[in-house]
Every structure is written in C-alpha cells, then in structure tokens.
Design a protein around this ligand. Structure first.
Ligand code: ADP
Ligand code: ASP
Ligand code: MG
Length: 419
C-alpha cells in the first residue's frame, strides 16, 4: 500500500463529465490498495470569474473578503468530486481548509501554509475514505479563510503530501509532463523524464506555470516526490506508479548531468518595465528608489543602471509585476523628492525570456548563445539578469513566441522526431 496525494487542476475539473473521469482515476488508485487524498482546483476559468466580481464590486476590495469570494470555486469542486466518488462506490469525504484545519499566515491572497492538523484526516483515511481537499485555501489564526496565491492548489497538494508523509504527490494537469518549454508555444518541445527541484524552481519562477513556484520550493524543502502527469488519458493509461509523467527529483537522481546544458526555456509576459530618467549619481540614490517599493511589498526583478558621467546622473531601469505597475508608479512619484528623478517612463509591452539549466554551472557561453541567437533575429535585448543556473532577458512582447522558438532550436532542445 502506498499513500498518495492526487491533485487535479482546473481543466481536469471543468464540468461534471471531467469530474466523473477524475473519480474513475481515483477509484483505480484506491482499487490498487492505495490510501488517497485528493486536492482539487476550481473549474477552469472559475477563479478568474470570481476575481472579476471582486474587482467589479470595488477596485479597492478588502483582501479578507476577496479570499472569501475566490476560495469558493474549490469548495464547489471538492463537494462535487466527493459526490462523484460516492456515486462510483468509493467512500469519500470533503474537508474544507478550516475543517482540517490548514493553518496559514494572515497574508490574505498570498498566505503561506504553516501547519496542517492531520487528526481528522488520518481518522478518515484509516476508515477507508478518500479525503477530498479544496486546494488554494486555508484558515488564519483568527479563523478567517485565506488563499495561497494564484495556482496555489499545487502548494496545497505538496503541503498535504508532506503532512501525510505520502509516497508521492501526483499533479494531474492538461499536459503529460514538464517539457523543455511550454508545448503550447513550441510543438517541438520535448517531454522531460526528470527535472531537478532547483531547475523546476527557477523555471516556475520565470513563468513556466505548470507548477506554482512555492509548491516546488516546499517539495524541495520537505523532500516530497512530485510527478506531473496528464489527466486527459483513457482508462487503459499506465498507472501513476509506473511514472508516466515527469518526476521532480534531487540532482543525485539525474545521471547524465554533464550532457544537459539547458533544461528548459520559459517566458513571462506579466512584467512591466519602469525607467527613472536622470537620477542623481550619488550614494543612497538606488536605496531611495527601492526602499519604498520594498516597503509597499512590490517585488523588483531585473535592474539596470547606466552612469552618464558628464551629467552626474544615471538612468535606472527595472521590472515589477505588471499587476503592481500602477502602485509602483504611485509609490515612486510620492518618493520623487527624495529620489530626485527627472522623468518616469513605463512599458508593459515587454516579456522576459529565460533559459535554465544546472549544466550552466560548468559550461561557459550560454549567455552569449542567447544574445547572438536573438540578435540574428533582430530581437533587441532591453535588460539582462542571471543566476547560477539561469539567464533572463527582457524583450519586446511581440517577439515572445519567436524568441522562445529560436532559442529552443539554438540550444538543441527540439524533439528529434518533430517535423
Ligand atoms: P492546472 O490547471 O492543471 O493547474 P496550469 O494551466 O496551471 O494547469 O498548468 C499547465 C499548463 O502549463 C500547460 O497547459 C502548459 O501550457 C503550461 N506550461 C508552461 N510551461 C510548461 C512546460 N515547460 N511544460 C509543460 N507545461 C507548461
Ligand atoms: N483556482 C486557483 C487559481 O486558479 C488555484 C489553482 O487552480 O491552483 O489560481
Ligand atoms: Mg496550475
């Protein structure tokens, strides 16, 4: 007997027929003798719809009430899956975030899981029931419902797997694994059998939304074995324990590390570029820009600064999440006296393209291949940032797909059997 967590995303839960097919898949695992907890997302599009209602009700909505509204989608699908399982002859019970309880911080809309009380769940599993848990939600110390940030059901599943000491956390989605890049953009993308936690963490954080970044960080910390696999397969599909999808693993489980220079490419269109023109070139100037942004909880990503010696001033360019652009402009304008910039310009028509691979640690030339490949296609690079296993560039948004495709070919990632 194995203990497994099965997580089903929005497209896998989109409608009663899909939920029935999820129930059949869960039933197969139960019939194989496994103890199962299922974590579910809201139906595809539902969370967007609920977020839209909040925005319509008030641009300045209270995050505590936002969480009450947007967590509702998962409440519905968890109940529906429990009903579908029962109808299929599988004993099942749903457990809302406050019922378990899944204790989180009080950072509404982006809360962190702090503890999961397993008592009720263990009793239910021991009684032979499948536990169905709505992803994305928890409860804070005041007893108010919280949510974990968009895509947060992945994190709920990994946290549940850690708390249950599960043998595996299977993340079922609408693709059959993690690919060298988003297979919806590059049909020649190759499915990876294994990806290291570290690479997956970088890929997720630079836009590969197949797993929420936090879920990968948590899996790495807790040593949870995570598999990404498809829920869109028939009843004769191989069982999940034959590992048909992609396993997220420690580096020691990858044999041919040396031959993997680049593991994957990701893109992110949700960044905005801000340039402050003519900032005085003096100590403390940069701190004057970024301190108020940090105080407003705005994450700054890429930063470039050019010193124009003659004018004793400098232009500072950086990126922030597009959703935080308006707030960033407000914060910077309020601090204008202190910063002393002449003008603020911004641009949302940008995209960040990133190449990721642990092989970069031991090989030179990754960045230069990226720059020359983009240059040959006439794609201008507006900003650059690097980490030990990642190079990112900021380009004009219209070139996103082209850039991902040409880089995919340049790093030899195209599937060999692709036309
Ligand atoms: P779910 O609703 O199941 O959580 P998501 O839409 O959040 O699913 O994530 C799955 C999607 O992630 C895929 O449909 C695919 O378009 C996208 N994706 C982005 N990058 C990758 C990648 N490298 N490999 C696989 N899928 C990717
Ligand atoms: N339903 C939530 C969202 O759309 C959480 C999730 O699906 O992971 O962000
Ligand atoms: Mg998702």
């Amino acid at each position: 007997m194995a203990r497994i967590v099965m997580k089903f995303g929005g497209t896998s839960m989109a409608g009663i027929d899909r939920i029935r097919s999820v129930a059949a898949r869960v039933k197969r695992e139960v019939a194989a003798g496994n103890q199962v907890a299922v974590v579910v997302s809201a139906m595809a599009g539902e969370t967007d719809r609920l977020v839209g209602f909040c925005r319509e009700a008030s641009a300045l909505y209270d995050p505590k009430e936002y969480d009450v509204v947007v967590s509702a989608g998962e409440q519905i699908t968890s109940g529906l899956l429990a009903i579908a399982l029962q109808a299929a002859g599988v004993p099942a019970r749903s457990w809302l975030g406050w019922q378990l309880a899944i204790a989180t911080s009080d950072a509404h809309a982006s809360a962190r899981i702090e503890n999961i009380d397993m008592a009720a769940l263990e009793a239910s599993l021991a009684a032979g029931e499948v536990a169905v848990i709505p992803g994305f939600q928890g409860v804070d110390a005041e007893g108010r419902v919280t949510t974990l940030g968009r895509g947060g059901s992945d994190t709920s599943a990994v946290a549940m797997a850690a708390a249950m000491k599960a043998d595996r956390c299977d993340i079922y989605t609408d693709v059959d694994g993690v690919y060298t890049t988003d297979p919806r953009i590059v049909p020649r993308a190759r499915k990876l059998k294994k990806v290291t936690y570290e690479e997956m963490l970088e890929l997720a954080s630079v836009g590969a939304k197949v797993l929420q970044t936090r879920s990968v960080g948590l899996a790495m910390k807790e040593g949870v074995r995570v598999q990404v696999l498809s829920s869109f397969t028939g009843e004769d599909a191989p069982m999940a324990d034959t590992l048909p999808g992609t396993m997220i693993v420690g580096e020691e489980e990858i044999d041919d590390m040396e031959s993997q220079l680049i593991t994957g490419i990701a893109h992110d269109k949700n960044e905005a570029k801000i340039t402050l023109i003519a900032v005085p070139d003096k100590p403390g100037a940069v701190a004057a820009i970024f301190a108020p942004l940090a105080a407003a909880n705005i994450n700054v990503d890429m930063i470039i600064q050019n010193i124009a010696h003659a004018a004793r001033s400098t232009d500072v360019t950086f990126t922030v999440p597009a959703a935080d652009l308006a707030r960033s402009i407000e914060v910077l304008n309020q601090a204008r006296g202190e910063i002393g910039f002449a003008e603020l310009v911004h641009d949302t028509r940008v995209a960040k393209i990133s190449v990721v691979g642990v092989g970069m640690r031991s090989h030179a030339g990754v960045a230069s291949t990226m720059f020359s490949t983009l240059g040959e296609r006439g794609i201008n690079i507006q900003a650059i940032s690097t980490s030990e296993i990642k190079v990112s560039v900021l380009i004009e948004e219209d070139y996103t797909e082209l850039a991902v495709r040409v880089l995919h070919t340049a790093y030899g990632l195209d599937a060999v059997d692709a036309a």
